[in-house]
Design a protein around this ligand. Structure first.
Ligand SMILES: *Cc1c(COP(=O)(O)O)cnc(C)c1O
Length: 323
């Protein structure tokens, strides 16, 4: 099924130990009262660069050979993967190129430059930027590091699953935000290798959930990308998906889809009750609990995947807006 073993996850964890933070697992009294079982929050919002994506990016860079490290890495992500890869590459002394379209706002361009990456501006869409990244990979020999569908990226995200098992040995339900499935696949490989009885929940937004649509169709399919508060969960899984689709199909016990109002409630709950700034993608686990979608049989761990929300949007949501 997958070419990623439990041993690959252990090795990834050791390899990136000095490069990423072991994040805290915090008890949530309010969600525990609501759910009737202990609920714990795994705070990847406190990971360096503000999301779990640093784990996979660090592991992928660390596994390049000396020649590949000399030639550098390239990607086209404007979001958390771009930030993470820029940071991981700088930390390991490797050149990173991030390709962005002309339409990406200046503040995002600056943020990626400040993390030490070279920014190449090309074209007027994400697809144009992606083609440029692939061209640079071909012509300069730089390693193209994708955001989720790569064994080293998945194994890096799996280190988060290993931490959950250590920090909460009696966990019964694990709630994981689900988009391309790199996070879900890594965490679920760790959890199911330890105990197949622990239930894994993948959580996405209703608007443009590509992995859910693909699981329903029985093969990777395209979905229309729509604006959502959970912007880090947008985008497709790739029609030529090699790893995350089959691992998710095999290891995901339940998928839950949330509307925008619930995602907004999750962001508000995180701030008001837990004193956490979280982005929409990271709020979906809390939102699923608030909506009563999970029927927990025992302790719950909710993966809080990141905090990189636009501050003005955060204020609007706190003041009651759903979008
Ligand atoms: C990328 C991302 C996700 C989804 O991860 P996948 O591996 O694509 O499923 C969830 N939350 C945040 C904050 C992310 O950056």
């Amino acid at each position: 099924m997958s070419s990623i073993s439990a041993d690959d996850l252990l090795k990834a964890r050791q390899r990136i130990a000095g490069l990423v933070r072991q994040t805290p697992l915090e008890h949530s009294p309010s969600l525990s009262r609501l759910a009737g079982v202990p609920v714990w929050l795994k705070l990847e919002s406190q990971q360096a660069t503000g999301s779990f994506k640093l784990r996979g990016a660090s592991n992928a860079v660390a596994q390049l050979d000396a020649e590949q490290k000399r030639l550098g890495v390239v990607t086209a992500s404007t979001g958390n993967h771009g930030r993470a890869l820029a940071f991981a590459a700088a930390q390991q002394g490797v050149k990173a190129i991030v390709c962005l379209s002309e339409l990406v706002p200046q503040n995002k361009v600056r943020a990626i430059r400040e993390l030490g990456a070279e920014v190449v501006i090309k074209g007027r869409s994400q697809d144009d930027a992606q083609l440029e990244a692939l061209r640079i990979a071909r012509e300069q020999g730089a390693a193209f590091i994708p955001p989720f569908d790569h064994p080293h990226v998945i194994a890096g995200q799996g280190s988060l699953g290993l931490e959950i098992l250590e920090q909460c040995p009696d966990v019964c339900e694990v709630l994981v935000p689900l988009s391309g499935g790199g996070l879900f696949a890594g965490v679920a490989l760790a959890i199911k290798a330890s105990s197949p009885a622990i239930r894994t929940h993948g959580i996405s937004m209703q608007l443009g959930a590509a992995m859910h649509a693909s699981l329903e169709a029985g093969e990777p399919v395209e979905v229309e990308e729509l604006p959502t508060l959970a912007d880090s969960l947008g985008g497709g899984i790739g029609l030529d998906n090699r790893f995350t689709y089959s691992i998710t199909r095999e290891l995901c016990d339940q998928v839950h889809l949330l509307d925008e109002a619930s995602i907004a409630r999750g962001i508000r709950h995180a701030y008001r009750e837990e004193r956490l700034v979280v982005e929409g993608a990271a709020a979906v686990g809390i939102a699923a609990l608030l909506d009563g979608l999970i029927e927990p049989r025992g302790p719950v761990v909710v993966v809080i995947s990141g905090r990189n929300i636009d501050i003005d949007q955060h204020l609007r949501v706190l003041n009651g807006a759903d979008a």
